[in-house]
Design a protein around this ligand. Structure first.
Ligand code: FES
Length: 86
């Protein structure tokens, strides 16, 4: 998250500032952020994200940092890590 681009979701091209803005406009869960920003709904995380993983943990960390409270644990997934869900 601290890289030069400040990009959080590489699939959706969504940066930290966009996610923070969504949280400040009422997003309180990963699903809210997904719906409001388009982050976390991609399917090419392993290819596009330098971390090689989905951005969900980074999004949750931003939500927790901004809201300073516990948020939902899991349940919303992008297509690359939705195996076994729904
Ligand atoms: S990096 Fe965010 S959905 Fe792939």
């Amino acid at each position: 998250m601290d890289d030069a681009t400040d990009l959080v979701c590489y699939c959706g091209g969504v940066d930290r500032a966009t996610i923070v803005a969504a949280i400040r406009h009422g997003a309180s869960s990963l699903k809210d952020v997904q719906r409001m920003t388009g982050a976390g709904v991609g399917s090419r995380c392993k290819e596009l994200n330098p971390k090689g993983v989905c951005c969900h943990s980074d999004i949750r960390a931003i939500i927790e940092a901004e809201r300073g409270s516990h948020t939902e644990s899991a349940s919303a997934s992008c297509s690359c890590c939705a195996a076994g869900e729904d």
